[in-house]
Unconditional design. Sequence first.
Length: 275
Amino acid sequence: MTEKKLAGYMLVTDMDGTLLDSGKQISGENRAAIERFVAQGGLFTLATGRIASSVQRYADTLPLCAPAIVYNGAIIYDFAQGKPIWQRTLDKEQAIPALKRLMERFPELGVEVYSGEEPYFLKENGMTDHHRRMEHFTRPLTPNIEELTEPWFKVLTAWEPARLDEVQNYVMEYESHLTWVRSDDKYLEILPDGATKGHALEHLMELTGIERDKCIAMGDHLNDLEMIKRAGIGIAVANAHELLLEASNRTCCHHNEHALADVIGWLEREADQGK
């Protein structure tokens, strides 16, 4: 039997700003290309800052062939089995004092702690209100941080971009012992040590047996930077943060112009030329 031309390749894509368009939809062109990629032997999966329950409605409609990276790299989740297969948690002895200092310094900062099936909202503002509505989160405000006794997978802070720039400058100077990543203009997150999307991608390559030079990763923002660097082929969408554009091996079209279809079309042409 002739080997399928994309066998041995794995394509891992960020969701928001990469796979999804501005309406949070997967275009027909992207869906058709993903199905072709998988039919030709490729492994396809996702890498996102979203929690598993938020990803589920998309995962159910996609041909995922490998576990997905969620929580910005804190968890590798197998949607076929419905459970995590690898995870990292925050050191709360370090995270809680730092978070208390941060909330005291910036009392209007929105704070979500990711623990269990939904985040706990420690502090709310317009950004967290929007996030709650968009993701259909139902937990009420939990202002007492001491109540959060379960393991923490990450903390998301949210504010208007200009104000969040102030927060980022502060934490880089005074709280740099923690792992901080800007996942969006309006989100700044604390992640466990060794739990970026890049760290999780390396573990996923081990799990799947995919060689690094045949691992393709796509993204748009700074939480994708380590993943772009550690993949064999790191691809930044045209709308990506400038640091991603600089670090990537290749670029592709804007996320509103069917970026997955663009990349998969390129892979197909490369495979045809290599025959």
